[in-house]
Design a protein around this ligand. Structure first.
Ligand code: COA
Length: 417
């Protein structure tokens, strides 16, 4: 079966996480992704947080599967010539260098367009073009602070807090992948003309913080936010506060203790009090008298005692593990889930069966786990292959660019590859 993106050739000039997450996704779906790396060193994540001496780190292997690796020093004349040939033959160039690095290499958008008018150049930067911080280099947590996630995450009496989820890195990569696919679609319709696609990490974080901008405008108008724990007993300022574990929509929710929480830091469930599920909740937790009680019947009646209600639910949870609790609550149609640890997720049978947790073979490391495609297709089975060794495909790629074996040897000799 032909893979959906087969025949799309991508120059993968990415490093660390934001760019590699994007190109890895496209490689899974069939694109020919050629990762261009500096000779001798490669992507910095090959050696960051290593768990086996001398072997590519999981940081690299989990973000660069299904790709080829070409080593190339693009600051040498010979390296620039190789890149020029590659650009002429490719569909997309993806990069997440610091601001201006591609231009300083001599590959401005104008020059790339001249070489290949069909080329799509896709970039990740910390801030968007023309932004007053456009010159800044940016990593994950910097983006989470700049994009509004940190000021709205954590507890009211604690500092701004970053999320463990890669809202700045992988999330930006996913936005970029959507941009690339859109530009490829546009190219098919407008006579093969490429374009520049740019995504900033700040914008991508803010896009996921959309509901917090909603809350800012509600706060400006009415002065309080009834779903936040500060309501009605605490106080609000003029900015959206940190809401702890409160539900972000119209459904109150909180993380509740289950059996064993005293010794197990993750013996908790997330419990949601969905408005129309009030009666089943009361039945489930053994409080049928609350169903018709005017002091509890409506969401607004419950609001000022929501933490007392959560306390009652916690008392009911005290003799149930998080898994037992969810097994009971699911029968009452209550939106809830156990707080899952990475260890539990790694061994989860459903995630293994669906391919979301995938075991991959690597030439030097042996088997390791990765997160497979979160997108499932009826006509595509995503197969994940191990990440390439540094420069593993250099000669193969050079041959496809028309270099003879003598010329390839000369490029090695000149340390251009
Ligand atoms: N051959 C020759 N030179 C190469 C090369 C190659 N194959 N690949 C990279 N380089 C050079 C670049 O041209 C640049 O040179 P210059 O600054 O002299 O012009 C140099 O390597 C450094 O690149 P840079 O991307 O700025 O690396 P850094 O380690 O200083 O910064 C980041 C890392 C991630 C902070 C920065 O790349 C960045 O802000 N990227 C955009 C946002 C982003 O993606 N952040 C990370 C998310 S995981």
């Amino acid at each position: 079966m032909t893979k959906p993106l087969e025949g799309i050739k991508i120059i993968d000039f990415t490093h660390v996480q934001a760019g590699p997450a994007c190109t890895q996704l496209l490689a899974w779906y069939g694109a020919d992704v050629i990762k261009v790396e500096r000779p001798g060193a490669g992507d910095v994540t090959r050696s960051q947080l290593r768990d086996i001496p001398g072997v590519d780190a999981l940081y690299f292997t989990m973000l660069n599967s299904n790709k080829k690796s070409l080593t190339l020093d693009t600051k040498t004349a010979e390296g620039k010539e190789v890149l020029t040939r590659l650009i002429k033959q490719s569909d997309v160039l993806v990069e997440n260098f610091g601001p201006g690095a591609l231009d300083r290499m001599g590959f401005t958008w104008e020059h790339i367009k001249e070489l290949n008018p069909g080329m799509i150049v896709a970039s990740v930067k910390g801030f968007s073009d023309g932004h007053h911080y456009e010159d800044l280099k940016v990593y994950e947590n910097v983006a989470q602070c700049a994009g509004g996630a940190a000021s709205t995450t954590g507890f009211d009496d604690g500092p701004p807090t970053v999320s463990a989820a890669a809202l700045g890195d992988s999330n930006t990569g996913m936005h970029l992948a959507i941009g690339i696919l859109t530009a490829l679609h546009a190219r098919n319709r407008n006579g093969g003309k490429g374009q520049k696609v740019a995504v900033s990490m700040q914008d991508s974080v803010l896009n996921l913080c959309r509901v917090k901008l909603r809350d800012q405008q509600r706060l400006d108008r009415v002065g309080y936010l009834e779903e936040y724990p500060q309501y009605p007993h605490g106080s609000f300022t003029d900015v959206v506060p940190r809401g702890g574990n409160a539900g972000g929509g119209g459904q109150p929710g909180w993380v509740l203790k289950c059996k064993g929480w005293e010794t197990d830091k993750n013996a908790y469930i997330y419990f949601t009090i969905q408005g129309h599920a009030w009666a089943p909740i009361c039945r489930a937790i053994g409080k049928p008298e609350w169903i018709e009680d005017p002091a509890y019947m409506t969401a607004s009646a419950r609001q000022d005692k929501i933490f007392d209600i959560f306390g009652t639910i916690e008392a009911w949870l005290a003799d149930k593990t998080k898994f037992e609790a969810v097994n009971i609550l699911r029968k009452f149609d209550i939106p809830c889930a156990p707080v899952m640890t990475m260890k539990e997720l790694a061994n989860d049978e459903s995630l293994r069966a669906s391919g979301t947790i995938a075991e991959v073979d690597h030439k030097e490391r042996g088997k390791y786990l990765t997160v497979g495609s979160p997108i499932k297709f009826s006509d595509l089975k995503v197969e994940i292959t191990g990440s390439p060794l540094l420069g593993e495909h250099t000669n193969e790629v050079l041959e496809t660019l028309g270099y003879s074996s003598r010329e390839i040897a000369a490029l090695h000799e000149a340390k251009a590859v």
